[in-house]
Design a protein around this ligand. Sequence first.
Ligand SMILES: [Fe+2]
Ligand SMILES: [Fe+2]
Length: 197
Amino acid sequence: MTEIDTPHAGADGAADDDVVALLMRQHGDIRNLFDEVEASGGEERRDAFRRLVRLLAVHETAEEEVVHPFARRSLSGGAKVVEERLAEERAAKETLAALDDVDTDDPKFMPMLMKLRKDVQEHARAEERYEFIHIRRNAGAGNLAAMAKAVKAAEAMAPTRPHPGVESGTANMALGPVAALMDRTKDAVRKAMGKES
Ligand SMILES: [Fe+2]
Ligand SMILES: [Fe+2]
């Protein structure tokens, strides 16, 4: 079998109490899903791409709701660090929106996917280097755990593996469009953090 074994989000059972470890593991899951999209074709690629889009949407929404506000408040120079990360996220979202209109079998798809992958990777590296390390240094264990709980609640909305025995089209329909998914993610995150939206 040449199938790539992408671990199910949250399947490692670790990082439950450290938001930084959790988000860095999601960065790894995102890298694996890019690999899976590149290595597959046809319906398999379409399905892997939908899972990638969902995980990206959920991951960035959780960061915007949970860790960026904390970094802005608590890190010295945090406002600037967060502004730069948000600008990168906006750029990646624009590429993602353009890509969403192109079929995964279209010859234009791969070059656009490569551009998105580069944007997303540079962004993830900048987060790890300029934001996450400082969060870990500045946030107490209680804060890291509370933020981790909120990110876990978001993660439950983005299975990285196809549902066994379920047609991918049905699963996608059940999850709805990306904007609606982001809204549901925001609600789940706010609820987990104890603020009703
Ligand atoms: Fe991000
Ligand atoms: Fe990230």
